[in-house]
Design a protein around this ligand. Sequence first.
Ligand code: AHG
Ligand code: MN
Ligand code: MN
Ligand code: MN
Length: 335
Amino acid sequence: MQPVTLTRYLVEEQRAGRIGAELRQTISVVMRACTSISVAVSKGALGGVLGEAGTGNVQGEAQKKLDVISNDILLEANAWGGHLAACASEEMDHAVPVPDEYPKGDFLLLFDPLDGSSNIDVNVSVGTIFSVLRCPEGHRETPTDADFLQPGRQQVAAGYCIYGPQTMLVLTIGHGTHGFTLDREQGVFVLTQRDMRIPASTQEFAVNMSNQRHWEPQMQAYVGDLLAGKEGARGKDFNMRWIASMVADVHRILTRGGIFIYPWDRKDPDKAGKLRLMYEANPMGLLVEQAGGLASTGRARILDLQPEHLHQRVPVFLGSKDEVEAAEAYHAKTG
Ligand code: AHG
Ligand code: MN
Ligand code: MN
Ligand code: MN
C-alpha cells in the first residue's frame, strides 16, 4: 500500500468535500516553505544561520538570523501562493498584502516563522507555527490588519512544523489533528500519526518555574498543589518538562498528554503574558482542541477571544482536558 503523503491526504479531503482546492493549495505552499526552512535550520553553523541578525522586531525581541530567514521564506510563499490576500507575521509590525502583480485569493496566512528562537544556537528543537483565516468578503484587494482580528474558532486551518530529530508537520483543517513525518529521501511528508488524541488526564506539566514569584496567587496555588504531589490536594505526583520551544512542548502534549502553561506574570504587567494570541495561542489552541484537549487563558477559552490587535498577548493553559479544567477551577477562586 502506497504511504499517504500530505499531498494525497489533502486531495482526499478535497474529494470528501472537507476543503476546497484553494485551501489545499495554500497548505501545500506552507508545506513547501517549511521544507525549505527545515533545510536551513539543519545546516546550523555550516549554513551561517546561527546567531543574532542584529535587528529587533515589533515584539521588542532581538531577532535571530533564522527568524529573518524563515520569515523571508514564508513571505515569498505569500506572493506566489495564489490563494492568499495577505499574510501577517510575529516578526512584522503590520500585515503584508500579496504584491499587485500576483493573483489574489480568499485566505489570510499568519505565522510565527521560527518559534523557540532561544534554542537555535543550542541545537534544541524549534518550529514554525501557522494559521489560516478567510479574508472578509470584498477585502481581498485591500486587506488590512483589522481583517485578521477574527476569533480562533474561525481558523480554517492551523498547524506547525517541528524541526527536531524528525521534521514533522502537524495539521488540522477542522477534522482532527494529524501528524506527517518528512521523508528526506523522497522529499515528502508522510502521514504517520492519524487523528492524534490527548489523554484527558495527566501527571506532567510544563511551565517556566523561574517566574514563580511573579505569578498571581491563583497560579501559585495551582502549581503549588502540583508540586505537593500525592501528599497534597491533588493526591498524585506530577513530573515537569520545559523545553522553551512552544512547538516542542505542544508536540509532546499532543503525543502523550500534559498541560502547557505560560501565565500572566507581573514582570511585564501591561502585557497579558508572553505568548501571542494570533501566531501561537490560536493555532496551537485549535490543534489541541481538535485532538480532544482544551486551550484557556485560565479564565476564558482562547478560541472564543475577540482579538483587539495583531500582536495581542494572552496567558496560555493548554493540553489535557481534565487538567486545564482543574487549572481553571483554581483561577475561578477570587482573592
Ligand atoms: P519565539 O521564539 O517565537 O519568540 O517564541 C518563544 C516562546 C515559546 O516558544 C516558548 O514556549 C516561550 O517563548 C519560552 O519562554 P521563556 O524563554 O520565557 O521560558
Ligand atoms: Mn520571537
Ligand atoms: Mn513563538
Ligand atoms: Mn518566533
